[in-house]
Design a protein around this ligand. Structure first.
Ligand code: SER
Length: 325
């Protein structure tokens, strides 16, 4: 049985990936770690003892946890997202690249497999915007993008040079109702649901026609698990596969929400920094390599995602005090 370490386990993806990995591989075989300590309801259902405090910029801390739990697979999720990375580029380099470098070095000397998420942020100027191919120009204009491209290359290098089993996907914006994202350019597509349920309106920081790829969290989790379980012999690519499930603009998302909440209204107060980041990213990815090499297939489209999000957030809101913003 695999022994798994998840870094950044309290983040947007980690919070849900840990639960899925525990169901699949056994509670005792999945160690959650983060630089923050979990609150009482984070990692709900987790048994005590399987959380470790790990700062991924500290090589020795990661190594100690790998030794203590005899880890053989690392899902390395600890990273800064695009908007916050643009505010603090030096810190983003240190965390996104420094953390990955330590994880890869530890994987090399301990024989671990590594999953690393890349992003639509790994694309930029010169990249074809529609049906962005798997293999194409990658000249991002953000520090986040620079760390994602460098990360993809470093993972490929560790595979070729040292035989480390590195794999990854390029995630689009991820939408979920469990843990909030923090500091991403695609966060509007999560915030909009909370505002729709609580206030019936939303002010978007991206303009009405900004088209981006998106994915509902159950599919994002499935992508991580499926690429790690894929038969190695079928993989022509490793880091990182384009994956997508849908693409839409804020206007189209608002229209889909209106099918369930007809009185929902959207307006715009564009944030120039996040708009510039979004404008540098693709409109839609071509994910045929993932479909061919490991049978990638998302389950949720725009309408089914919207229905599920609204149902879950309404349920959450009904349990909250009335004055909660
Ligand atoms: N969701 C991410 C962000 O907006 C994209 O990878 O930063």
């Amino acid at each position: 049985m695999e022994r798994i370490l998840v870094t950044g386990a309290l983040g947007q993806i980690g919070s849900e990936l840990v639960a899925t990995l525990r169901e699949r591989y056994g509670n005792e075989n999945v160690i959650a770690s983060d630089i923050k300590m979990p609150t009482a309801d984070a990692l709900a259902g987790a048994e005590p003892g399987f959380f470790e405090h790990v700062d991924c910029t500290n090589h020795d801390q990661i190594q100690q946890v790998v030794d203590r739990h005899r880890i053989d697979t690392i899902y390395h999720l600890a990273a800064l997202l695009s908007a916050v990375a643009e505010e603090r580029p030096q810190m983003a380099w240190e965390i996104n690249m420094g953390g990955l470098y330590h994880v890869l070095e530890i994987a090399r000397s301990n024989g671990c497999a590594v999953f690393t998420p890349s992003s639509i942020g790994a694309f930029g100027e010169g990249t074809p915007k529609d049906s962005t191919p798997q293999d194409t120009v990658q000249r991002p204009s953000t520090m986040y993008g620079v760390t994602k491209v460098a990360g993809e290359l470093l993972c490929d290098y560790y595979h070729r040079r040292f035989g480390v089993d590195t794999r990854g996907v390029r995630y689009p914006g991820i939408i979920s109702h469990v843990a909030p994202p923090g500091g991403g350019t695609t966060d509007y597509a999560v915030d909009i649901f909370y505002h729709a349920v609580r206030h019936g309106n939303f002010t978007s920081f991206l303009g009405p026609d900004t088209r981006l790829d998106m994915m509902y969290m159950p599919d994002a989790i499935k992508a991580a698990v499926d690429v790690m379980e894929a038969e190695a012999a079928r993989l022509k690519h490793r880091n990182a596969f384009n994956v997508t499930a849908m693409n839409f603009t804020p206007e189209e998302l608002a229209a889909a929400i209106r099918k369930v909440l007809p009185r929902f209204e959207i307006d715009y107060d564009v944030d120039p920094i996040r708009q510039r980041i979004a404008d540098s990213w693709p409109n839609s990815l071509d994910d045929s390599a993932a479909r061919e090499e490991w049978n990638w297939q998302p389950a949720f489209d725009l309408d089914s995602m919207v229905e599920d999000m609204l149902e879950n957030i309404s349920r959450k809101a009904s349990r909250e005090p009335a004055d909660k913003a």
